[in-house]
Design a protein around this ligand. Structure first.
Ligand SMILES: C[C@](O)(CO)[C@H](O)COP(=O)(O)OP(=O)(O)OC[C@H]1O[C@@H](n2ccc(N)nc2=O)[C@H](O)[C@@H]1O
Ligand SMILES: Nc1ncnc2c1ncn2[C@@H]1O[C@H](COP(=O)(O)OP(=O)(O)OP(=O)(O)O)[C@@H](O)[C@H]1O
Length: 283
């Protein structure tokens, strides 16, 4: 029987994203608090003589099936061949790290399949700045261009909604549109995550510096945020990554579900999903 391995590739959500500088090579320095949602893609790998990528699922159309797919590049980086099946549930180019989380999950599945070690952080970074943080999906402070990882080993079990107005926002375009690259970092100390109101107030004082430039490129992102903020029980709404996906944190599951139903009624073409922090379940 053919050997197979599976891995879940959860959506990455930048709860904060402070852009604190720019390197000589153009990459931006970040200070970001990253969580992982319980919605995501699924990777299945099977030992094979040639690497192939088959993409299925509701968002299959957004992902390439050749070497441009980051799961293909993950196999190349490891020097192994596999039949890779990718079930896409996350929209591409959406600020939820679909490609990066897939690459990280492919690394997890392929190293399990072939019983080989995960490469060094420096090697993994070659697949994308977001790939190191996606390797261990847990609440994390990410700095540098994405290579400095501090796991917080705690969870924030909030009822949330992810909303994507179905516009693609290319990451380089949004970084380019940011006028000031030297913004303040987050405070050194984090709040007590077990106290929801304290933690959300602290989060509300932080920023996503890419939000304004992304809205300037795609004003519908501003409309998404307005809709979330107007929903009853929404404590905080912000964009993730370079957009266009936005998240809303809700006071209770019941209020979250009411808002979810209303948003789905009002915006049937948008991608609107309920979620929680997947780290809470994985831990
Ligand atoms: C914006 C974030 O989503 C926040 O988590 C990530 O930093 C983006 O990570 P990613 O999609 O894995 O990024 P990469 O594929 O490495 O880079 C795509 C492009 O984004 C820009 N980029 C990305 C990361 C970074 N720290 N600075 C950048 O300026 C660069 O123009 C780069 O060419
Ligand atoms: N497995 C993959 N899934 C989706 N897109 C992929 C994948 N591999 C490569 N790509 C390419 O990467 C591009 C960016 O998609 P991706 O979902 O990684 O971006 P993103 O959500 O903006 O990421 P980030 O949050 O890191 O900014 C897509 O347009 C697609 O062509």
């Amino acid at each position: 029987m053919a050997r197979t391995a599976e891995a879940f590739a959860p959506a990455k959500v930048n709860l904060t994203l402070h852009v604190t500088g720019q390197r000589a090579d153009g990459y931006h320095l970040l200070d970001s608090l990253v969580m992982f949602a319980d919605v995501g893609d699924k990777i299945t790998v099977q030992a094979a003589d040639e690497t192939t990528v088959t993409v299925v699922g509701p968002f299959a159309a957004g992902a390439p099936t050749d070497h441009r797919n980051l799961v293909f590049q993950a196999a190349e980086l490891l020097g192994v061949k596999a039949k890779i099946t990718l079930e896409k549930h996350l929209p591409a180019a959406a600020g939820v790290g679909g490609g990066s989380s897939d690459a990280a999950a492919a690394l997890r599945a392929l190293t399990t399949l072939y019983n080989i070690p995960i490469p060094s952080g420096e090697e993994i970074l070659k697949l994308g700045a977001d790939v190191p943080v996606c390797l261990e999906p847990d609440l994390t402070r990410m700095a540098g261009i994405g290579e400095q990882i501090s796991r917080l080993s705690t969870g924030c079990d909030w009822p949330m909604i992810l909303v994507n107005p179905r516009v693609d926002v290319p990451t380089p375009k949004v970084f380019k549109a940011l006028p000031n690259k030297n913004n303040s970092a987050m405070p050194e100390a984090f709040p007590d995550w077990s106290q929801d109101d304290v933690a959300v107030s602290w989060l509300a004082e932080q920023r996503n510096d890419l939000e304004a430039p992304a809205i300037a490129i795609e004003p519908v992102i501003g409309a998404c945020l307005d809709e979330l903020r107007l929903s009853r029980g929404c404590l905080l709404a912000r964009m993730s990554g370079s957009g266009a996906t936005c998240f809303g944190i809700f006071k209770t599951v019941a209020l979250r579900d009411q808002a979810l139903a209303q948003l789905r009624r009002d915006f049937p073409k948008w991608w609107i999903v309920p979620t929680e922090d997947c780290g809470v379940k994985f831990r």
